[in-house]
Design a protein around this ligand. Structure first.
Ligand SMILES: C[S@@+](CC[C@H](N)C(=O)[O-])C[C@H]1O[C@@H](n2cnc3c(N)ncnc32)[C@H](O)[C@@H]1O
Length: 245
């Protein structure tokens, strides 16, 4: 997958291109990541990329011309048919489904805004989708772009070392993940649940499924409501609820 990020601060990409899952995906050639700075396409000699909003109001807006040229450059660099996404507090909410959808793309351009945002005409002319990472306002789209790239890259086949890692994670099939434990066996006076030490794989599977169902029911009832549940899952959830009384 080829990803280009249009940003006034492309250096922020270093923090995912050098480390962890994303760094390894780039090293293995599964992902290529480029940063393109609209300042390189400023239209005046001062290199300005922002201006006052027509009609007045607080703050500055990103001018459309440098952004348009930077998006053109990104299109040329990554080729193909990229989806062009503007990170925006006003966009559709980013979630697990979106991450899966984007992971199927071969090319993606992410546009990070700054100041009070970008000129509406640029959005109409160049942007395929506006994407929000939550109902709050960030100072810039870079942190949102990093979050989106990280979540998408781990869904690309071959990126996660253990093929089951992406399948057993939270939000897959509308479930939060079960609680996990590692050594030591006793920590702060609390022991690891004995079932996990039993070596009985079927019992461990049922315990984990029960915990995942119970935890999701408690923390995210909206997910449980839309989940198609099997008879076994209904029984396990009932057991969990009864045990928590
Ligand atoms: C200060 S914000 C602009 C907010 C804008 N004036 C508004 O009220 O919607 C600057 C930039 O941060 C990014 N941004 C802010 N909140 C975001 C969010 N929740 N998700 C994704 N990007 C966001 C966008 O790229 C935006 O152009």
């Amino acid at each position: 997958m080829r990803i280009a990020v249009v940003s006034l601060f492309p250096k922020v990409l270093d923090c995912i291109s050098d480390i962890g899952v994303t760094g390894k995906a780039i090293e293995d050639g599964l992902v290529a990541l480029d940063g393109i700075n609209p300042r390189a396409y400023a239209v005046d000699k001062h290199g300005s990329v922002d201006d006052r909003p027509y009609g007045g109001g607080p703050g500055m807006l990103m001018r459309p011309e440098p952004l348009k040229s930077a998006i053109r450059e990104a299109r040329q660099k990554i080729k193909g048919q990229p989806k062009v996404v503007y990170l925006s507090a006003q966009g559709v909410k980013f979630d697990h489904e979106k991450a899966l959808e984007y992971a199927k793309l071969s090319e993606l351009i992410l546009v990070a805004g700054r100041y009070e945002g970008i000129d509406e005409r640029l959005i109409c002319q160049e942007i395929d989708e506006e994407l929000s990472i939550g109902d709050f306002v960030l100072s810039g789209g870079e942190i949102a772009a990093l979050a989106v790239i990280d979540a998408v890259v781990r869904q690309i086949p071959g990126v996660l070392g253990h093929s089951r890692s992406a399948i057993e994670e939270s939000f897959v099939e509308d479930l939060l993940e079960y609680p996990q434990y590692t050594r030591p066996e006793c920590f702060g006076g609390e022991k690891v649940p004995s079932i996990l030490l039993s070596g009985n794989h079927e019992e461990i599977r049922r315990w984990r499924l029960k915990q995942a169902l119970g935890r999701t029911n408690k923390r995210r009832p909206d997910l449980i409501r839309r989940r198609a549940m099997s008879n076994e899952e209904y029984d396990l959830l009932e057991e969990y609820i009864a045990e928590s009384l």
